[in-house]
Design a protein around this ligand. Sequence first.
Ligand code: CP
Length: 322
Amino acid sequence: PGSVLSVADLSLDDVSSILKAASTLESEDPLKRMKHLFKRRVSLLFYESSTRTRTSFELAAKQLGADTVLVSALSSSIEKGESLKDTGITLRALGAECVILRHPSSGAPYMLSRATGLPVLNAGDGMHEHPSQALLDLRTILSRLRGTKTTPVSEITLKGVTITICGDIFHSRVARSNMLMLPRLGARVLLSGPQALLPEASASAGPGITIERDFDKALKQSQIVMMLRIQAERLAGLNVDLDEYKLRYQANSERITAHAPNALILHPGPMIRGLEITSEVADGPQSAIAEQVRHGVSVRMALLVRALTSKTSGQATKGKRK
Ligand code: CP
């Protein structure tokens, strides 16, 4: 209980409760250190680089009164070959009650959760999932669509909303988590991008999801447009011409003005400006990118409170701490 390894772990009631908790926590005075997780111990275990996820989890934990410790692959005994399992067991022995894990291997959080018995929050695992990103994306979308920060539980629905996800869908854990979450809420999801970066067929993309390779056509139908980073490091051997990519899939002001002048533009970051998105769009009036980053802190606060206050969370250390 308390772990979030995939958005599939969360019922719609869970999603509602997390978003509601995020709104409540966000409304508390930011100048006051909260006591919800006073002196609880949270470990951030990062095998890959991160700016947004790591910082916002750390800020979230600190804001709630928890003590945090960051272990990153390059400055720890992981570099000497220590396994993920032994690293997790070591963190538990040092008093960790919850581990936030980013790892290049899909499924690594499941292994860590089994090995330690601690609540684990998946902060991005390989090409698998990035659940907290999908939750903060959802919070951003709902806030803008409803025009309110506090969305009542009963109104967490995206019926009638079309969302285009554009770019490197195939390698994207952000896309995968959103593809699992958004259709469950009633959204229609369109996937757009070059053939080499898309799932093979509409059928394999999942229910409620359609492939629309023509980005302009997808834009015309969409209220929300989620751009993804072109992961240059993963393109070797794939038939993707970056000049052609820009021509057909870049979110630039001409294209957005012509086909989606009212749509909300999202990007999980990091952005490659001038490739998948131009600065005019990223910094323009339709962009909610900075809002996504801000929502990351409150959503992660809610996930941490849930992880550390679920009935049997922190079981491995229960009784050892005063
Ligand atoms: N969106 C996201 O995961 O960004 P970081 O890699 O900076 O954490």
